[in-house]
Design a protein around this ligand. Structure first.
Ligand code: ADP
Ligand code: MG
Length: 276
């Protein structure tokens, strides 16, 4: 296993608006291997976005270290290389699209990296194919649905050939169909080898990850496989988090005396368990 991200005793304190410092992250330790799909969950204000911003040096540690693909994010000579290796996708698709034509938008990243024009064309085609948006290449992004815009934003990141995608609640502003499109795209990219760090408050999305990291008040309070995390229905609820509907229904049925395994976290598993 190749280590892609290594975070050691990371702290982040914001100056704060009223002179009061805000300790957004305290003593974060996290390792992510190449090819992993890690979901990050936690209530509002738990530090998820602050953690994401460290991964491509948008902000720098106020304590500890963040190493990405062997580079220390605090090393100012490495910032551009780090940003090429780790692509970020944010919540609002409209804030991420800069050009008036889809293909120009996707070309923006590699253009800034100084990639040769012929190579840019190749990369744009490849990136649009990867997110299943090639037929919209000559369209205006403003005419696309939210899910399509997010896929264009992902293509723009892919055109820089990153090792890792960091997505910060990429589906929060989308309808169910757009959410499904984006999640399926991300899962497919991960299967093709790209490392994914996926922040979400939709637990049904977190279920598809290899590993779930749970944050609370600037700390990682627990992490494990989706089954290990989502079988702790009461603990998650006490933290103010949702649990996948299937896990919650299974927990209720168990309380009623129905024998069900602990590893039921998806609708499909619940259906199979109840109607074998
Ligand atoms: P999450 O993404 O989990 O909602 P954030 O990382 O956005 O959490 O925020 C963590 C904490 O840091 C919160 O208390 C938030 O108010 C604070 N915070 C975030 N950004 C800033 C900032 N630019 N200046 C001051 N405080 C901030
Ligand atoms: Mg956030």
């Amino acid at each position: 296993m190749v280590e892609l991200i290594k975070i050691e005793n990371l702290r982040h304190t914001y100056p704060g608006y009223d002179g009061q410092e805000v300790a957004a992250l305290t003593d974060i330790n996290l390792t992510v291997n190449q090819g992993e799909f890690v979901a990050v969950i936690g209530t509002n204000g738990s530090g998820k976005s602050t953690l994401a911003k460290h991964l491509n040096a948008l902000i720098l540690p106020t304590g500890g270290k963040c190493i990405v693909a062997g580079m220390d994010t605090a090393d100012s000579d490495k910032v551009w290389e780090i940003r090429q290796q780790v692509g970020m996708v944010f919540q609002n698709p409209d804030n991420q699209i800069v050009a008036a034509i889809v293909e120009e938008d996707v070309a923006f990243g590699p253009e800034n990296l100084g990639v040769e024009p012929a190579e840019i064309v190749r990369r744009v085609t490849e990136a649009l194919q990867l997110v299943n948006m090639e037929e919209y290449r000559h369209h205006g992004p403003h005419l696309l649905s939210g899910g399509q815009k997010q896929r264009v934003a992902i293509a723009g990141v892919l055109a820089m050939r990153p090792k890792c995608l960091v997505l910060d609640e990429p589906t929060a502003m989308l309808d169910p169909r757009g959410r499904k499109e984006v999640l399926e795209t991300v899962c497919r990219l991960n299967q093709e080898g790209i490392t994914v760090i996926y922040i979400t408050h939709f637990m049904e999305e977190a279920v598809t990850a290899h590993r779930v990291v749970v944050m609370e008040q600037g700390k990682i309070v627990t992490q494990g496989t989706p089954v290990e995390i989502f079988s702790q229905v009461d603990r998650l609820k006490a933290m103010g988090l949702d649990v996948p509907v299937a896990a919650e229904v299974a927990a209720c049925l168990r309380e009623q005396g129905i024998k069900l395994e602990q590893d039921i976290i998806s609708d499909e598993q619940l259906v199979v368990a109840l109607c074998p």
